[in-house]
Design a protein around this ligand. Structure first.
Ligand SMILES: Nc1ncnc2c1ncn2[C@@H]1O[C@H](COP(=O)(O)OP(=O)(O)O)[C@@H](O)[C@H]1O
Ligand SMILES: [Mg+2]
Length: 425
């Protein structure tokens, strides 16, 4: 049995001490003292340390290495996880994990790695597309990512819109150095690793579920950096990095090969077309008004020709003001009649919620949890994107973050002011 030195805040000591003794270990050393200086005098075999800068530093790791002592870090937040990664500590458990997880790390097993080895990671790619006219691709992509993250999965939003990348401004993130273009550059050189993705990626932090963002090109003139091959290679790397990559695409599906006779000329729509072809699932968004519907139906024909899967159609901004009374039924009928689309997901027009989100640079989930649009998108994610059991079962991500099960109580029955039917089928 091990002699364990605890280097954790005083509030966390009693539980850990109780648990370690229950498992036959002995606590050694004194609390509140410099842990690095106690490693040798205490004769410990293991240090269990809170992964905050106050407790975990390079001195502690150097002293443990010198003494041949194993170190297990306890992470309580994303900042802790980043700090641990920064100092190079990989043996990590969540601060509120069961002792058995810490026990496995003490024993030199890595339960997470074993699990990963049994089932090699193959994250899913979800592409969000919509025709010209801002139907809400970016809005939907961010809202979907936030819902998936809240269900306990690791998520990245990738902005591949070569006309008007806008994920960064929508989340109030700096977009001086476009993350997706940087990833493409490294992918082109065969050097895009998980560590590089985490260096390049921005982090949207939220108590409901944080996610990564690979920001888009701020200047549209940079589109040649997003070539088809590079986008495909970057998405492949993303699959190994996170559980879900949500791609915000451009609108145009024109295959520039047919327009330009120069075979080697770069192609502006290659990023969108590649992302759509690579995606496991495509979410096709249209705006639920006469102009938006007709644009959607015309472009939808090209979309289904391009991709191998059946897209999930989302009609956004459902409101009676634009299509008359009973907008859900009207829109459903138009889609069935003119597009052969049977089961659209309808998201209501919800200006206060989206304005609140964009004003505060937060996801819809964080800005307006109970808004009708958020509820509709939450149900879209649960019923169409996540595997049904995984949406409810608490699971652990590779980073050890504790997942939150969906709180179904927050989901009301209707779509809001127009009192339409239950809009997500
Ligand atoms: N359901 C909705 N209700 C009200 N406003 C919406 C809705 N969906 C999107 N918006 C707003 O429409 C604008 C354009 O959306 P955006 O996602 O940027 O479009 P796209 O990416 O397709 O160009 C944004 O200001 C967004 O807040
Ligand atoms: Mg957009």
């Amino acid at each position: 049995m091990a002699r364990i030195l605890l280097a954790v805040p005083p509030g966390a000591e009693p539980r850990l001490e109780r648990e370690l003794e229950r498992h036959g270990h002995t606590r050694v050393g004194l609390s509140g003292r410099d842990p690095a200086g106690q490693i040798l005098p205490s004769g410990c075999d293991v240090v269990v340390v809170s992964a905050t800068p106050a407790y975990l530093g390079v001195h502690l790791l150097a002293a443990s290495d010198a003494a041949g002592v194993r170190v297990v870090g306890l992470i309580g937040s994303d900042a802790d996880r980043r700090h641990a990664a920064g100092v190079g500590l990989a043996e990590l458990a969540a601060a509120d994990d069961r002792w058995e997880v810490i026990e496995a790390l003490i024993a030199g097993e890595d339960p997470v790695t074993e699990e990963a080895e049994q089932a090699p990671r193959a994250g899913r790619v979800i592409a969000v597309w919509g025709p010209a006219g801002s139907p809400g691709r970016t809005t939907l992509a961010i809202a979907i990512a936030a819902e998936i993250a809240a269900a306990g999965h690791t998520v990245a939003v990738a902005d591949v819109d070569t006309y008007s990348g806008s994920v960064a401004p929508a989340l109030a993130l700096l977009d001086e150095s476009p993350g997706f273009a940087a990833a493409c550059r490294l992918a082109g050189a065969g050097a895009l690793t998980r560590a590089e993705l985490e260096r390049i990626g921005s982090r949207y932090l939220s108590g409901h579920g944080s996610f990564w963002v690979l920001t888009g090109i701020g200047r549209p003139s940079r589109w040649p950096e997003l070539s088809g091959e590079r986008v495909a290679a970057t998405l492949r790397a993303c699959r190994e990095w996170v559980d879900y990559t949500v791609v915000d695409t451009g609108f145009s599906l024109e295959n520039d090969e047919e327009i330009s006779s120069d075979l080697f000329a770069p192609r502006r729509n290659a990023a969108t077309i590649t992302a759509l072809r690579e995606a496991d699932q495509v979410i096709a968004v249209g705006s639920a008004d006469p102009v938006g519907l007709s644009r959607f139906l015309r472009a939808y024909v090209d979309l289904v020709e391009l991709i191998l899967t059946t897209p999930v159609t989302v009609m956004n901004r459902i409101r009676s003001g634009a299509v008359g009374p009973g907008p859900a039924a009207q829109v459903g009928q138009a889609l069935r009649r003119f597009g052969g689309i049977d089961d659209p997901v309808l998201v209501p027009f919800d200006l206060p919620a989206f304005d609140g989100a964009v004003l505060s640079g937060r996801s819809l989930r964080d800005a307006a949890m109970r808004s009708p649009a958020r509820q509709a998108i939450g149900r879209l994610v649960e019923s169409r994107i996540l595997p049904t059991s995984a949406a409810r079962v608490t699971r652990r991500s590779l980073h050890g973050r504790r997942s939150l099960p969906h709180d179904s109580q927050d989901w009301g029955p209707g779509i809001g002011p127009h009192g339409g039917p239950d809009v997500v089928r």
